[in-house]
Ligand binder design. Structure first.
Ligand code: CA
Length: 229
């Protein structure tokens, strides 16, 4: 979930912005002064900052300048005066966008979304892609250790994730319970082999449409398990 900081001294405006952004699925924090806003902006991670221009403690120009010295987080500046917006543009403080008050909350939300996706694309471009395995409706992100089944994220314990990933990375290969226990639990299979069965059952409950007729992890009777491809 994207986290947004609103630095705004007019409580009614801050509340309105916060409500709309929260309704749109964002996590929102607020600061009512320029200096406390700057402190928050520098000490915590936000995905976007909405900054009013006229603020007690420190004005928005200065807050923007100081944030920009250290962070390239998207910054949206808000002002009641069109002239001020022109002034900020002229100063080249590095804000990404400017909105004149009064603005509609839906316009604010639309701009926030546009900047977040633009920023994600920019940042994402320089980052190595996550290691992802995709088999039919199953998507395993090995880097983030997350799993989706038909687009819906499912929660896995560490060992469930390791076991599913191991099988998916070695499809069409039958592994005995002993082998899986050794590979995933990193121990000689003197432990309880039944653990493997229990984990397979839990994984199936999360990834299969019908656990009695598995589409991903097949039971090979008397031998072990095989990931279908
Ligand atoms: Ca203000």
């Amino acid at each position: 979930m994207s986290k947004i900081l609103i630095v705004e001294d007019e409580e009614s405006i801050a509340d309105l912005e916060k409500d709309y952004l929260e309704l749109s699925g964002f996590e929102v924090e607020t600061a009512s002064r320029g200096d406390t806003g700057l402190e928050k902006a520098l000490s915590q991670e936000y995905d976007l900052i909405i900054l009013d221009l006229m603020l007690p403690g420190m004005d928005g120009f200065e807050v923007c300048r100081r944030i920009r010295e250290v962070k390239d987080v998207p910054l949206l500046m808000v002002s009641a005066k069109k002239d001020d917006i022109d002034k900020i543009r002229g100063l080249g403080l590095g804000a990404d966008d400017y909105i004149t008050k009064p603005f509609s909350p839906s316009e604010l939300v639309a701009r926030v979304k546009a900047h977040l996706s633009r920023y994600e694309r920019l940042v994402g471009a320089g980052r190595p892609a996550n290691d992802i395995i995709e088999i039919r409706g199953l998507k395993i992100d090995k880097t983030a250790r997350r799993v989706w089944v038909d687009g819906i994220e499912k929660t896995f314990t560490t060992k469930e994730f390791d076991l599913l990933t191991f099988l998916a990375e070695n499809p069409n290969h039958v592994f005995s319970k002993e082998e899986l226990f050794r590979k995933v639990w990193n121990m000689d299979s003197i432990g309880d082999i039944a653990t493997v069965t229990v984990h397979i059952k839990k994984i199936r409950e999360k990834v299969e449409y019908d656990t009695s007729n598995p589409q991903y992890i097949e039971t090979i009777w008397g031998v072990g398990y095989r990931f279908k491809i």
